[in-house]
Design a protein around this ligand. Structure first.
Ligand code: CUA
Length: 346
């Protein structure tokens, strides 16, 4: 009776506490609401189980502890208790079957193909994501971007691939996540429900630049999405990231390159490299103030476009994303080279 009362009180407190905690980021998809609800139900069911076990353990330790003079005492031998064993097998079994059924129903619902859904091909590589929108309708053009744009309220299926090692494609505000596995195409669906900017992250340790494998997802109005797609499809050559760097007044190429270095590239150069001139201090890649000293434009261009061609001493291959040639516009690369050449000559 004492145990029961203690257990009920502790469970009630535990559940109240668990439900007041705000466990998750913003709910930005229909899937998020379902998943968060499932999580809360699991919490409410598992807290009494956890609390029940702990109450029995602690209560027994206290109630049946050994007192001085009882060192040689032992309890009556027990040879099993069929009724208790049936209960402790049946109750957890029913709980598990019930919860698994509920989880299956939720999974089925959030993975259901919906009409009017669109496909986005996602490719992970060390250390960047690329998003490809297959051509829309006849005469349309496929669009490639390193920023994920999605129209609000339109179901989307992500088809996730990897160009090298295992990554994991995750937008925490959408909740869904899945590994990008070399040689496989993995998939999931979300329907974004909230306008805004969200983080795209890699959730699988994939190398030195793993932490820098972060990009942006924008959920925009359907009209804004259409405009963006048309603009990207119309742009000559690969689409620059978010429209590329704005040319500062005066149009100084090197000044623009500095902007690309610290802002436009994705991940930005400064996210991995130290360069005193740009005020960056990261150490994933070599210090550019040192390794570029006296180098010419051709070397700098090759180092950006084919990072594995010549590798700085003390660094391994495949640390730098090999796709800046497609994620940066030609103008941005020219500006970047001009800027780094100027720094190298200092
Ligand atoms: Cu890609 Cu971690």
């Amino acid at each position: 009776m004492q145990m029961l009362v203690l257990g009920v009180i502790a469970s009630a407190v535990g559940i109240a506490l668990a439900l007041t905690i705000n466990w998750f980021p913003t709910q930005a998809s229909t899937q998020a609401a379902d998943i968060d609800h499932l999580f809360n139900v699991l919490l409410v069911v598992s807290i009494p189980v956890f609390v029940g076990v702990e109450v029995v353990v602690l209560f027994c330790v206290w109630k049946f502890r050994m007192r001085p003079g009882e060192e040689l005492k032992d309890g009556v031998p027990i040879h099993g208790n069929t009724r208790v064993e049936v209960v402790w097998t049946a109750v957890p079994a029913m709980l598990l079957v019930g919860l698994c059924t509920y989880a299956y129903v939720v999974l089925h619902r959030i993975e259901k193909p919906l009409p009017n859904s669109m496909v986005v091909n996602v490719t992970g590589e060390q250390f960047a994501w690329t998003f490809e929108y297959p051509a829309q309708g006849a005469g349309g053009k496929a669009v490639t971007s390193d920023v994920l744009y999605l129209p609000k309220d339109r179901p989307v299926q992500f088809r996730v691939r990897s160009a090298d090692v295992i990554h994991d494609f995750w937008v925490p505000d959408f909740r869904m996540k899945i590994d990008a596995v070399p040689g496989l195409t993995t998939k999931y669906r979300v329907t974004p429900t909230r306008l805004g900017r969200y983080a795209v992250v890699c959730a699988e340790l994939c190398g030195l630049g793993h932490a820098a494998m972060r990009q942006n997802a924008y959920v925009v109005t359907p009209v804004a999405f259409k405009t963006w797609m048309a603009k990207q499809a119309g742009a000559a050559g690969p689409a620059p990231a978010g429209g590329g760097a704005k040319t500062p007044a005066g149009g100084d190429l090197a000044a623009r390159g500095r902007q690309v270095f610290t802002q436009s590239a994705s991940p930005t150069c400064g996210a991995c490299h130290t360069l005193a001139d740009a005020g960056t201090t990261a150490t994933t890649g070599p210090n550019l103030g040192q390794v570029l000293k006296g180098k010419n434009a051709a070397f700098i261009r090759q180092s950006i476009l084919q990072p594995n061609a010549q590798i700085a001493k003390g660094y391994g291959p495949n640390i730098m994303p090999p796709n800046f040639g497609s994620t940066l516009s030609k103008q941005d690369i020219d500006a970047l080279v001009a800027y780094l050449e100027k720094v190298a000559a200092k």
